[in-house]
Design a protein around this ligand. Structure first.
Ligand code: GRG
Length: 300
């Protein structure tokens, strides 16, 4: 099976697995439950759960590239939780008080479909339901506890929310290069860091290996966000599933503002190569390597 086919197959499996952890849409509060499920189910590359699963496989290192049944019940709840947190951040990011976007993943954004009130509540609810879901993991309690800590820290004030705060505060102003790097590392990189770290911890990796994967993930996060900036200029609306040119419209300083297109493209490759170097010091996982390489020229 070639990489593209394998990615399609693994992504649809993850979609099925995540769906099993979504809440049933019943009860007086069924509107918010529908809004949460809509936000998660709606497409998406499932990059973070894929990274988590393959970081686990890299660190477990038993020659197989699949999860056994007992491994699934330990790892999949965290994969689903990660995608819920990521989706909740997209829901909030699209709100009128943030990016005010009405399109996401090619369909109306959650607030555009359910209203601003439900959009806000769905983002809140999904973020918390992610932790409820992660608690369903059958991983050994010590490991699960560590992973919950990583998930909370990297999502919160010292992770994604922290990065988003600086991004919002400096929109329309001129963040310097250091501030821009902070925004990328935290708003985008933190969840990618958590994904690789949680995969490693669940596989029983020690502190040193987990730290190395955190470093590799930070590079992936930088490459991913710089490519996002490139796509905002070069992609079409149908490729992106959301409006293009929104950064310049909002007067946002991006990597391209400081480094231009060619250097930005070189930086995406260089950050990815650095991540691959670190990962290869830990072990060998062909799918994980191919996945990271595929992100360099991604069009969506
Ligand atoms: C929900 C408590 C709470 C806080 C949210 C709004 C916010 C705080 C954070 C925004 C973070 C953000 C949207 C960062 C950008 C990261 C990014 C490049 C997202 C796009 O990820 P993809 O391309 O999306 O993986 P898909 O649709 O493929 O899943």
């Amino acid at each position: 099976m070639d990489f593209k086919e394998s990615l399609r197959e693994k992504t649809s499996r993850i979609n099925r697995e995540i769906s099993e952890y979504l809440p049933p849409e019943t009860g007086f509060q069924k509107t918010i439950l529908a809004a949460c499920n809509y936000s998660v189910i709606n497409g998406g590359k499932r990059l973070r759960p894929l990274l988590m699963q393959y970081a686990y496989i890299l660190c477990r290192n038993n020659g197989s590239e699949e999860l056994g049944p007992e491994e699934k019940t330990a790892v999949v709840p965290f994969m689903a939780a990660m995608e819920m947190i990521h989706s909740s951040s997209l829901v909030h990011d699209d709100l009128p008080c943030m990016d005010n976007d009405v399109l996401r993943r090619g369909v109306p954004s959650t607030w555009a479909k359910f209203g601003e009130d439900m959009g806000t509540l769905a983002g809140d609810g999904l973020m918390l339901y992610a932790f409820e879901t992660a608690c369903k993991s059958t991983a050994e309690p010590g490991k699960a506890m560590k992973c919950l800590g990583v998930l909370a820290r990297k999502s919160g004030l010292f992770g994604m929310v922290g990065g988003q705060t600086v991004d919002v505060e400096l929109t329309g102003k001129r963040p310097d290069k250091e501030q821009l790097e902070f925004i990328y590392k935290y708003k985008t990189g933190a969840l990618i860091e958590a994904s690789l770290m949680i995969g490693a911890i669940l596989a029983g990796a020690d502190e040193a290996v987990t730290k190395k994967l955190e470093e590799a993930a930070a590079c992936v996060g930088m490459a991913f966000q710089i490519q996002d900036d490139i796509l905002d200029v070069t992609a079409t609306e149908s490729e992106l599933g959301k409006p293009i040119g929104s950064d310049s419209c909002k007067g946002k300083v991006t990597w391209l503002t400081y480094y231009g297109m060619e250097q930005s493209e070189r930086d995406v490759s260089a950050y990815t190569e650095k991540a691959l170097d670190i990962i290869r010091q830990i072990g060998s996982c062909r799918f994980l390597e191919e996945l990271l390489i595929s992100l360099i020229g991604r069009r969506s």
